[in-house]
Write a protein that binds this ligand. Structure first.
Ligand SMILES: Cc1cc2nc3c(=O)[nH]c(=O)nc-3n(C[C@H](O)[C@H](O)[C@H](O)COP(=O)(O)OP(=O)(O)OC[C@H]3O[C@@H](n4cnc5c(N)ncnc54)[C@H](O)[C@@H]3O)c2cc1C
Length: 294
């Protein structure tokens, strides 16, 4: 047990996004946004909160909306995993199944209830489940700065390293958006954990389109403990395109995953084991996603 627990000097509930941005601008690294607080809790426990003095709780801001748009869906930063899963189950269970798969694997239930979409992205840890599903869906992330500027970037480019999202000084992630995949597409997410409380060794988010028995589009996101950020299995994606939807095609395509990532060895598993898991789990996800695309 740590001898001293982290205690912020100031815990605030800002009334507006601008108030959050102003405080971040004034206090810099001494202020930190908190949403569900589940990553912050872990950081605090491990004495990883540095010089943070002020926590800015954004859960009372109107950022918890899920809004269907003309082309897809917009999620506010503080949408909880539980609310997102309920929305997808009711509205688009097949096309957005990678999201519900990913959320079903987030344990325990208390984390699903308080953990937020924005917090899971801004933690920038490849072990977290929802981001891989969102990379497979080609989601976009919008952030806002005090000068009123906002920018929208592909989520795939938002992760730089462990705990290092593409957030500039004083920026807040406000929303995440993705287009609704066409009706002939299907998604899936699967992960392998050596036990139920440890990080995933591999996690895979997949979105495929199948027309007239052939793969016509594929996006495969690789997370878990294989790299410092989520990576696309581009070689596998290319190997699927135009080929028949069959077990043979999938088995041939997954052989190329070694060109996309170099798995490493640690106490959880060897690189060889991880490479094997990658092939098995990408193949399983592709089979499941292709079934859902029918
Ligand atoms: C016991 C336990 C079990 C867990 N199990 C799983 C699991 O099975 N699968 C899984 O994927 N994850 C798991 N997690 C991790 C959890 O999902 C993430 O911690 C959660 O998604 C983070 O969201 P949050 O809202 O709690 O983030 P917070 O802890 O509130 O914030 C995380 C980070 O993001 C920053 N931040 C938050 N929101 C914003 C924003 N809008 N703009 C800018 N910065 C922001 C914060 O400053 C902080 O640096 C587990 C965590 C715990 C403690």
């Amino acid at each position: 047990m740590p001898t001293t627990l982290f205690q912020p000097h100031d815990y605030r509930f800002p009334a507006t996004v601008d108030e959050v941005l102003e405080t971040l601008g004034q206090q810099g690294d001494r202020a930190r946004v908190i949403a569900g607080g589940t990553t912050i809790h872990e950081l605090a426990y491990r004495k990883g909160m540095g010089d943070v003095h002020t926590l800015l709780d954004i859960t009372r801001l109107p950022l918890d909306q899920i809004t269907p748009t003309e082309t897809g869906v917009k999620l506010g930063a503080t949408v909880s995993f539980t609310d997102l899963a309920a929305f997808v189950t009711a509205a688009h269970p097949k096309r957005l199944a990678s999201i519900t798969d990913a959320i079903a694997g987030i344990r325990p239930m208390q984390i699903r209830n308080v953990g937020t979409v924005g917090g899971s992205i801004c933690s920038s840890l490849p072990f977290f489940d929802l981001p891989a599903a969102l990379v497979a869906l080609d989601a976009r992330v919008t952030t806002k700065r005090l000068d009123g500027d906002s920018r929208t970037v592909p989520i795939e480019t938002f992760f730089w390293d462990f705990f290092l999202p593409d957030l500039h000084f004083g920026e807040l992630l406000t929303e995440v958006e993705f287009d609704l995949p066409p009706a002939d597409t299907g998604g899936a997410f699967q992960k392998f954990e050596s036990n139920s409380v440890d990080w995933a060794l591999v996690s895979i988010g997949v979105q495929v389109q199948c027309r007239e028995g052939r793969f016509t589009d594929a996006r495969i996101a690789l997370g878990g403990g294989i790299g410092r950020k989520i990576t696309r299995a581009v070689s596998v994606e290319h190997a699927l395109l135009g080929r028949s939807v069959s077990a043979e095609t999938i088995q041939e395509a997954v052989r190329g995953v070694g060109d996309d990532v170099r798995a490493f060895s640690d106490f959880r598993g060897s690189a060889e084991f991880r490479n094997h898991l990658l092939k098995v789990y990408i193949a399983r996800c592709l089979v499941q996603a292709a079934r859902r695309a029918r």
